[in-house]
Every structure is written in C-alpha cells, then in structure tokens.
Design a protein around this ligand. Structure first.
Ligand SMILES: Nc1ncnc2c1ncn2[C@@H]1O[C@H](COP(=O)(O)OP(=O)(O)O)[C@@H](O)[C@H]1O
Ligand SMILES: [Mg+2]
Length: 240
C-alpha cells in the first residue's frame, strides 16, 4: 500500500568547492512506493543519496524521515532509524566470508541472536547466495558482490532501501534476480529509492520518478510521462 510521505527531501543543496552537486532539490517519497531518481551522469543522484543516509551533510535544506529531521544525524543513527543503502560499486568486506559480511550490520541490532541468524539465512536464500556463504567476498563476481551488499543492507530490516545503480555492469541473470527481489521487497511493504540508468527497469518498477540535471530537479511524475518529456530527452542526449 502506498501511503503518506516516508522520506521528504526539502530544498536540499550540496556543494563541493564551488560545484553545486545538488541544487535546492525537493521531493517526497510515499510509504510503500518504489521511487526513481534518474538523470545523466554527474546530475547529483549519488550525492543526494549520500545526503539522505548521512554520508554528507547538506549545505542547506533538510531531509525528513517519518516526519523527523535527519539534520545532525550520523550514518549510524540513520541506519538504525531504518534507512539502508547500496552503492554503485558494491562496498563489501572483500577479505571476509559472505556470512561474516552479513553479520557485520548486526552490531546495530537488539534482537535475539537466533532471530538475526534466521533472517540472514533467509536473505542469503532470497538473493541466491546460500551456497556461497563460506566463500570470501573477493571470490564472488562483481554482480554477486552487489547481491551480497543488497542482502546485507536488509539485515537490519530497514523500512527504506536506497539503491544506487543496482543493475549497472551486472550479468543479465543477476539483474533478473535483483528485479524480482526488489518487487518482492516492495510487496512486503518496503519503500525503495532507485537510482538507475536502466530506463526499462525504472519504467517497470517505479510509480514516480524525479529527474535531476546539473543538480537541479528537471521533471517529476510517472515514468511513462517523464521519459517522454522533451527536456528530459534533451538532457540525456547531452550525455557523452
Ligand atoms: N566527493 C566529491 N568531491 C567533489 N565533487 C564531487 C564529489 N562527489 C560528487 N562530486 C561532483 O558532484 C556532481 C554530482 O555527482 P554525483 O552525485 O556523483 O552524480 P551522479 O550520481 O548523478 O552521476 C559531479 O559534478 C561530481 O563531479
Ligand atoms: Mg552516481
């Protein structure tokens, strides 16, 4: 069910030494939705995810989660509040086993050990990595590392998952797996913010999309409308 705003991005600006990476962007993600965040390379998508999950502090503007401001909250606090994140290039602990990677976020958790281990078993099965549980993460392919990072992001049972280019550079089989996983998670009630260049997947998954260009919001609406918007097509045509 899609409900009230779970994440509200309000007039967020983030600069790097004079480069305005995100320029006064606002949007509001309803509970239970899959929200797309798209735009050409360098548009500010990853930076905005980094502001939402507390890696960067906004220069101005604010992000609200369940109506609470995330200003001054650190990555750890935000993760604990229920926002998880995956990266364009998977951040896994390469010299740790798949299973130990899954244990890493459990320092956040107050649940019983047996409950956590049951969830980890479920998640490894969910992404198809049960058989790889004892292997080192570096032994996995890039796509499998993305699956591991994705599964690990779910160990804390977050209400929101921010995903940065999950399909980039992955084998079609793994992409199909991820697409199914994202749909299923959303069916379980999780809210997803999806950054992707894969327009077919964005159209298939997202109810609404926000388009960024040079840090600014260029368009917003249902994918079929936004992807036919002249301004949006022109912005993508400018991409090298
Ligand atoms: N840590 C950083 N330091 C300096 N500039 C950055 C940093 N991160 C991003 N940028 C710049 O901010 C702009 C937006 O980058 P980014 O958010 O990575 O775009 P996208 O994810 O949409 O491709 C780009 O001009 C990029 O070079
Ligand atoms: Mg990016």
């Amino acid at each position: 069910m899609v409900g009230t705003a779970l994440i509200e991005v309000k007039e967020v600006t983030k600069k790097f030494h004079g480069i305005v990476a995100v320029d006064g962007v606002s949007f509001s993600v309803p509970t239970g939705s899959i929200w797309g965040l798209i735009g050409p390379n360098g548009a500010g998508k990853s930076t905005l995810l980094n502001v939402i999950n507390g890696i960067y502090e906004a220069d101005s503007g604010e992000v609200f989660f369940k109506g609470r401001s995330l200003r001054d909250k650190k990555v750890f606090d935000i993760a604990q509040m229920g926002i998880s994140r995956t990266f364009q290039i998977a951040h896994v602990f390469r010299r740790m086993s798949v299973y130990d990677n899954m244990l890493a976020p459990t320092i956040f958790l107050k649940e019983k050990d047996s409950v956590v281990r049951e969830r980890i078993d479920y998640l490894l099965e969910f992404v198809g990595l049960t058989e790889k549980r004892s292997q080192y993460a570096y032994e996995l392919s890039g796509g499998q590392q993305k699956l591991l990072e994705f599964a690990r992001a779910l160990v804390t049972d977050p209400s929101v998952l921010l995903m940065d280019e999950p399909f980039a550079g992955v084998h079609p089989e793994i992409k199909a797996q991820l697409l199914g996983n994202i749909r299923e998670l959303n069916g379980q009630g999780k809210t997803i913010v999806l950054v992707s260049h894969d327009m077919r997947s964005v159209s298939g998954l997202c109810q609404q999309v926000t388009v960024l260009n040079f840090g600014e919001k260029l368009a917003e609406g249902p994918p079929e409308k936004v992807l036919n918007d002249r301004k949006v097509i022109e912005a993508y045509l400018g991409e090298e």
